[in-house]
Every structure is written in C-alpha cells, then in structure tokens.
Design a protein around this ligand. Structure first.
Ligand code: DX5
Ligand code: ZN
Length: 225
C-alpha cells in the first residue's frame, strides 16, 4: 500500500515528522522494533540501504523492505546509499517503498532515477554528502518531493552531528520558500535531544541511535518532536 497521506506541514500543523532509522534497531527483531516506535508516535520508518561501495558498510536490500511492508502501516522511507541506484530502484518500488531517496553523487543520471521513482508511485528524494555543495542538487529541486540534508558522513549510525551543515539547511529552506515549492526538508545524522535545536524548521527528522538506543523510546521521540 502506497503512502497517500498529506504533506508534513499540513499533516502535523507545523510540527515535524519523526522517522526513526532502523539502522540502530535490533535487526533480529525488526517487526517488533518497528512496532515499538510506531506505538510511541513515529511517523515514518527510515530504512538505510548501504552497499559497501558507495559507503563502507553493508546493510539490507529490497527483500527486507517487502517483509517490513507486511508488518507496519507507517510509510517506508528508503535512503539508498548505493552506487548506481538505477539498478535497485525497481526492486524497492516492487517491495513497497513509499519513498526512495538517492544520492546526487551516486549515479550519472540523477534525473532518470528520480523519474523512475515518481513513475513507480513513490515519493522521490535527493540527498548529498556533507561535503557536497547545495548547488549540486538545486537543478533537481523541481523534480523531487524531498531533500535530505546529511548531518553526518553517510555510512554509520551514532556519529556526531555536523554543525557546519546548519547553514545548508537554512539556505535550502530559503530557496524552497522563495520558489514556493512543496518539497519536504529532511535531516539525517546525529540528531538527538541536544542537537534538535539546530534543525528547527525542518519537516522531517531521522534519528537512529537517539530513538532505538534510548531506554525510554516514547520520551526520546517526544524530545525530538
Ligand atoms: C547514516 C544514516 C542515518 C543513521 C542515523 O548513514 O543515513 O540514517 O542511521 O543514525 P544516528 O541518528 O544515530 O546518527
Ligand atoms: Zn539515512
């Protein structure tokens, strides 16, 4: 079932969507891990897909997304940290991904990847490594539903928030507002109760260790909202 809900700002009346990253969950109990954050008010499930080429880590593929699809009503927000995502996009669409985000650095044909995601009925997103300039993604702003700003180097959970990305978030917000676009700004990496203040005004927060690593997940989600 595809996500057909309203956009974040309308959905949460100016609030922020929370997307716990299962990268920090117990992979042996994924269904109950996801159910646990769903019951405590999470909005989306963030699925970090890593191929050990684009990033030096290996996680999971479309079969896990297909299994998760049967165990949660939350939208499955897939962040592809893979080289040549065009080869995998059809599998993720088929598996029931509601949103697919690709890295601008990961393919020679960003536009056609974005097109195939949209045509496949999913929300399409673009993201960039912390050291990639915002200008690299701006040509695609009219073709995406979401921009993910990475606030850690992609590859691992539990890293420290990169404060030098805050200007990028602000500049993106200004551009989106000036152009009157309906694009979701999502932030991913090192967001926790202490760094939450630096991402004020974004539409969607991804948090892995701050949610799945917390002894009280309800309180952790509340602190991020
Ligand atoms: C990093 C991933 C993130 C990561 C976030 O490559 O994209 O989604 O899981 O984890 P925390 O919140 O622990 O930084
Ligand atoms: Zn991610």
């Amino acid at each position: 079932m595809k996500y057909q809900g309203p956009w974040p700002r309308e959905a949460k009346l100016g609030g922020v969507l929370l997307a716990p990253s299962i990268l920090s969950s117990d992979f042996a109990h994924l269904a109950s891990e996801v159910a646990s954050v769903e019951s405590h008010g999470a909005d989306w499930v963030h699925v970090d897909v890593m191929d050990n080429h684009f990033v030096p880590n290996l996680t999971l593929g479309a079969p896990i997304v297909a299994s998760l699809r049967r165990h949660t009503k939350m939208p499955l927000d897939c962040h592809l940290m893979v080289e040549n995502p065009e080869k995998l996009i059809p599998d993720f669409l088929k598996a029931g991904a509601d949103g697919i985000t690709i890295h601008v650095e990961s393919t020679k044909d960003v536009a056609s990847c974005l097109r195939s995601i949209r045509e496949g009925g999913a929300r399409c997103g673009i993201t960039l490594r912390p050291h990639t300039k915002l200008g690299e993604i701006l040509p695609f702003l009219d073709q995406v539903d979401l921009v993910l700003v990475m606030t850690v180097e992609p590859g691992f959970g539990g890293q420290s928030f990169m404060h030098n990305q805050v200007e990028k978030i602000k500049s993106l917000r200004e551009t989106i507002d000036q152009r009157n676009l309906k694009v979701v700004i999502q932030v991913d990496g090192g967001v926790n109760e202490a760094t939450r203040v630096y991402v004020e005004g974004v539409d969607c927060i991804v948090a892995g260790s701050a949610v799945f690593g917390a002894s009280n997940r309800a309180a952790a989600l509340k602190a991020l909202s």
